[in-house]
Write a protein that binds this ligand. Sequence first.
Ligand code: NAG
Ligand code: NAG
Ligand code: NAG
Ligand code: NAG
Ligand code: NAG
Ligand code: NAG
Length: 417
Amino acid sequence: MAYKTFVTLMLLSLLASSALVQAPGAAPTAAPTKSPASPTPSPTKAATPPTASAQAPTVAPPVSAPTTSPPASSPSKVTAAAPTGLAPTSSPPAPLGPSAGVSAGEAAVSEGGGLKLFVFGDSYADTGNFEAVKRPGNPFNYPLGMTWPGKPAGRPSDGYVLTDILALFLNTSAPPTYSLWEKNSSAAESELKNGMNFAFGGSGALTTWENVTLSVQLRQFKQLVESMVFTPSDLQDSVAVLSSVGNDWGYFFAINNRSVVGGEDYMKKVRTSILEFLEELSEMGIKKVLTNLVITSNISVLDNHNKLLKEEIDAFAKRDCMKMVVLDYDNLLDAAKAMYDQEKGNTDDDCCRLLPQYVSNYTMFCGDKDESGNKVYTLCQDPAQYFHFSRGHLSHDGWKKMNTVFLESKILDPLRS
Ligand SMILES: *[C@@H]1O[C@H](CO)[C@@H](O)[C@H](O)[C@H]1NC(C)=O
Ligand SMILES: *[C@@H]1O[C@H](CO)[C@@H](O)[C@H](O)[C@H]1NC(C)=O
Ligand SMILES: *[C@@H]1O[C@H](CO)[C@@H](O)[C@H](O)[C@H]1NC(C)=O
Ligand SMILES: *[C@@H]1O[C@H](CO)[C@@H](O)[C@H](O)[C@H]1NC(C)=O
Ligand SMILES: *[C@@H]1O[C@H](CO)[C@@H](O)[C@H](O)[C@H]1NC(C)=O
Ligand SMILES: *[C@@H]1O[C@H](CO)[C@@H](O)[C@H](O)[C@H]1NC(C)=O
């Protein structure tokens, strides 16, 4: 129970974070939303009494969460999450080293031969776009990437993110980022055989604190296809990934004065935009897609959204004969966290935690220092003991545990066949 609670809080923060990254200060400009019309919201419950810990996010910290619940919460953790990212380089090093320990699953991947991953969405999947674009002169710092590859790698984790786990599962390597390609195409060239990663931390289907929406990411992709960087046959044999964990809601909630009023209409627009995106992928010739439902944090607007989204995606997949895998993070994260806790003890916290005064400051990340050179975070002794690394993003070992859940449930198998 306690753990359940915690998870809820954490998820809230994840949402927030999912946004990951946020943009700083920016006042959220555009509000996509419309005015509140109606639906009332349901207040979700916050699981535990949130005590407030540090700061309450007032209005809209960028990343902050979508939550309905009171800001900071309880006991531990759960702060908002912001993404982190790490790496200086933009390009993903070789993703998963074998060493990493994730076992790829015995599965017999078919004849090698260049499976490409085309990755879209938010920080759960971003391997360097946010960092390259938003922190050009100040790349992510240690301890991001400390577990793998041993230095910051553009990811909001001490190691892997979702993209790395998938690459491992599919016996390919994490693809280069679009920002690397834009900056220096010859540096990305040798990795194009692995596809490309357009995912951008903090982004959503609609505009959030970040403007690299799904349609912007799709446009980037289409341009590369038009210029034959990727061919139709590349697309046919590829797997596309759309990670959309909760930034749309996080942003809506923040700019809507933390009220869920109007949320149903807003999420309807989000679904429309996701379905349009999927249909475009289908038209381009992509046949296999991995996507997910949002982390609901027990917010009823989001539960309803997930239900409708799943129905719409199922209908679309059937109509277009797509192989679609839709991850239900509420359940999968719960399952992975439960396994993790069983092995490691309760780890309801981030390994790398921002000091209270920086929790709502989304220009600051794990690894950063203030003007006087003081760290703005505290770091745990051993990241392997933590399911989450920073601002609600899973740790390297947290993702490996998710991989175990993926393998045991066989949920990703359709992507391999
Ligand atoms: C994975 O890919 C490598 C290189 O492309 C290939 O040698 C190996 O046989 C593949 N493994 C499986 C399980 O397909
Ligand atoms: C671009 O990448 C290539 C290959 O890694 C490298 O040789 C070249 O110096 C890079 N150019 C710039 C401007 O960084
Ligand atoms: C996003 O915003 C940045 C400035 O914040 C701007 O330079 C860029 O052109 C915008 N991108 C899009 C796709 O609107
Ligand atoms: C936002 O909510 C707070 C507290 O719920 C309220 O005092 C404030 O007037 C609201 N602001 C707007 C712009 O609705
Ligand atoms: C979500 O809400 C339901 C109904 O109020 C409650 O029973 C359940 O424990 C909550 N789940 C979490 C994770 O808090
Ligand atoms: C975040 O922290 C930095 C360093 O202390 C400070 O310069 C900046 O103004 C803060 N930003 C916000 C939005 O509080």
